[in-house]
Design a protein around this ligand. Structure first.
Ligand code: DGY
Length: 324
């Protein structure tokens, strides 16, 4: 019997996913705290055919691939794959896979939560109540703004954008504007969505949701000039990747009152630095990159990453291969 392909997993993941993959591959899971450090991977990867990892664990670049001549597959437990150097992987004949679809609804839930939290100032008011500061009926100084029936602009109308659109239009009666690399006529019909260029979308929207993948082309896609186009009452939400926004420009726009507030799940540097000015702003709701982080969805993502590995390494089923 031929040997099973060997797969290295950079952190403890759902045991059922590992057990399932063991049928087809010989798995080794990093046994230490957190995620396997890059130095460790550089030492051990020479013995492995496949790697299962996450976006925040390690960058898959030329140096790492050079230390892993047997490697045929990197399976990331994320839909985003900006940690893949695709050119280096192509040259090294390493296939990259990711986990689309299974997290769309979960991320869309979080985006709605961010919109509501910033608009209705929930974390701020929660702190007020818990610290004993609720002494009389809430006055105007504690009021927020409406989400329902306002205008939502979605930049990046992929599957997650669509799941947000459905919630916003069907549930909250919002008017929808969107920008995408290609038009989506079926969504225009279904949700009454208006397709427009980014500049126009920014001018018209009460809420701007950024939902684009990070690549060389989309780095700092939203910059100072874009915040200047937004309404002073607008709320900006980013649950895609931090570097799609010029964070300095965002900080300035919030500080100067150019926009009303922001709901953020992602940052240029993660974990965010403790002295990042965003953390001291009461008009910012800051979350620790947890868009897809429900128990159920993370399990689904881990299982899909395991299935992707089996598919590429043993021809067992189909894999979600990263294309560009
Ligand atoms: C993803 O899947 O890309 C999420 O952002 C989690 O990393």
């Amino acid at each position: 019997m031929s040997e099973k392909p060997k797969v290295y997993i950079t952190e403890q993941i759902w045991a059922e996913a590992v057990d399932w993959l063991q049928q087809y591959c010989d798995c080794t899971v990093w046994a230490g705290e957190g995620k396997a450090p890059r130095e460790h991977l550089l030492q051990v990867l020479g013995n492995y055919d496949g790697l299962i990892t996450t976006g925040s664990a390690v960058t898959i670049d030329e140096a790492l691939l050079a230390a892993a001549p047997r490697l045929k597959l990197v399976s990331t437990i994320s839909v985003g794959y900006n940690h893949f150097d695709l050119e280096a992987m192509r040259k090294a004949h390493v296939i990259g896979t990711h986990t689309p679809y299974v997290l769309d609804e979960t991320v869309a839930d979080l985006v709605m939560g961010l919109m509501l939290s910033v608009a209705r100032r929930m974390p701020e008011l929660d702190r007020l109540v818990k610290s004993g500061g609720w002494n009389s009926a809430a006055g105007e100084e504690l009021f927020g703004i409406d989400v329902h029936h306002s205008t939502l602009g979605i930049i990046g109308m992929g599957r997650i954008g669509e799941a947000i659109a459905r919630r916003a239009v069907d549930g909250f009666g919002m008017k929808l504007a969107y920008y995408n690399r290609s038009r989506r006529p079926e969504l225009e019909e279904r949700y009454g969505a208006d397709y427009m260029q980014v500049e126009e979308l920014l001018r018209q929207s009460d809420y701007v949701v950024l939902m684009i993948p990070l690549s060389d082309e989309t780095k700092h896609f939203i910059r100072a000039e874009h915040f200047a186009m937004m309404k002073g009452s607008a709320i900006f939400i980013n649950a895609s990747r931090g570097a799609t926004v010029d964070e300095e420009a965002l900080i300035e726009a919030l500080r100067s009152g150019q926009i009303r507030g922001a709901g953020l799940d992602v940052y240029e540097r993660e974990p965010i630095a403790r002295n990042n000015p965003l953390l001291g702003m009461s008009n910012v709701v800051a979350l620790p990159h947890i868009g897809s982080a429900t128990h159920r969805t993370r399990q689904d993502m881990m299982m899909l990453a395991a299935r992707n590995a089996a598919a590429v390494l043993t021809g067992q089923g189909e894999a979600y291969i990263v294309k560009e």
